[in-house]
Design a protein around this ligand. Structure first.
Ligand code: AMP
Ligand code: MG
Length: 336
């Protein structure tokens, strides 16, 4: 959904790097990034071809539903709607809207998929434009069209609606996670029980590696001249996702403006460079919470994660080093 410039002084995220001998890997491109599916058991060519097709079809369907880079997608069409009446929606959009709305409430609005107009205004949307700090008056005007309360999904009726026609939805902060969960479901349906699925750094594992061990994921962090793996997480039938303020940003007058927007201020988050990784039952949840916790920052985010029993790891840049804080729930997943 989003092409990221993945350069930066401080790009942090999970890498599926350690101790994971896989017998087969299926790779491809989706949502402006790479995906990879690692299988613990060997498969023959016919199965590989068939699986590849099923995965591609699933990902293509997700893009048709929720890409904001495709003007013909279901979401782009919904964004253009002026009508406030309920409209039937695909299963994918319903699930993503519904979960997004729950996490918006739980994060007190830090997570908000209606930030679309602000993401565009700050230059991080589908339209290429120069990235510069907008005028205060424009920020004030555009923020009037943001508010998760104005977006509704009714799962049982299979319909969605705007309660304010100006609402523009951007699901970039949750869609990769959702995509990972869907690809995992494709594998489950094919009777495959030992795998690791990744889309652009968001992952989900089931079962064990070829060596019969849990899948391990290293949380990467940059040091001078390269990256090192910090904490290692054992992923057992769970997802992990990372969000960070240095994944995409611009600088103006010596200040750093990230692609992650605080809906309360209508501006990019203000705290020092931060990355948050979250482990959850689904990668969709992990993805949304990782973004929400980045918005809330190292203090409020950590307190909320701890209070809700979320498994989260916060890495904040502190001069040339890093401060790392993990919640109690995350500790259970750490190796060593
Ligand atoms: P992620 O990499 O999962 O943290 O997603 C970041 C992307 O989500 C940004 O590039 C924006 O498109 C969008 N976004 C920015 N701020 C927010 C927010 N507060 N809540 C939800 N989505 C956001
Ligand atoms: Mg996210």
């Amino acid at each position: 959904m989003k092409r990221r410039t993945f350069i930066t002084l401080l790009a942090m995220g999970p890498v599926a790097a350690c101790a994971r001998p896989a017998h087969a890997t299926i790779r491809g491109l989706t949502m402006g990034t790479n995906y990879a599916v690692e299988l613990a058991a060997p498969i023959d060519d016919a199965v590989r071809t068939r699986l590849g097709e099923l995965i591609e079809a699933e990902l293509a369907a997700i893009n048709r539903a929720m890409s904001t880079y495709d003007p013909r997608s279901e979401l782009s069409e919904f964004n253009r709607r002026q009508d406030l009446r309920w409209v039937p929606a695909s299963r994918g959009l319903l699930e993503v809207f519904d979960r997004a709305s729950q996490i918006s409430t739980a994060s007190r609005g830090a997570f908000d998929v209606t930030v679309g107009p602000l993401v565009d205004l700050w230059g991080f949307g589908p339209e290429i434009r120069t990235r510069r700090v907008p005028d205060d008056s424009v920020i004030e005007r555009v923020r009037q069209s943001v508010g998760y309360q104005h977006l509704q999904a009714d799962l049982s009726a299979g319909a969605i609606r705007k309660r304010d026609s100006r609402i523009q939805v951007d699901v970039c902060a949750i869609a990769k996670g959702y995509g990972v969960d869907r690809v995992a479901m494709v594998l489950d349906r094919q009777g495959i029980h030992n795998y690791l699925v990744e889309i652009g750094g968001e992952l989900r594992a089931r079962g064990t590696t070829a060596a019969g061990k849990p899948w391990r994921v290293g949380i990467e962090r940059p040091v001078e001249g390269g990256h090192v793996v910090g904490e290692i997480v054992a992923l057992e039938n769970r997802g992990i996702a990372t969000s960070g303020t240095t994944e995409d940003f611009f600088e103006q007058d010596g200040r750093h403006y990230s692609h992650i927007i605080d809906p309360k201020t209508a501006r990019p988050v203000e705290h020092p460079p931060i990355a948050v990784s979250v482990v959850a039952d689904t990668t969709m949840e992990a993805d949304a919470w990782a973004t929400a916790l980045v918005v809330l920052g190292p203090e409020r985010g950590y307190s909320l994660a701890q209070a809700r029993g979320l498994a989260a790891l916060f890495v904040t840049a502190s001069g040339p080093t890093f401060d790392v804080r993990v919640t109690d729930a995350l500790r259970a997943h750490l190796v060593g």
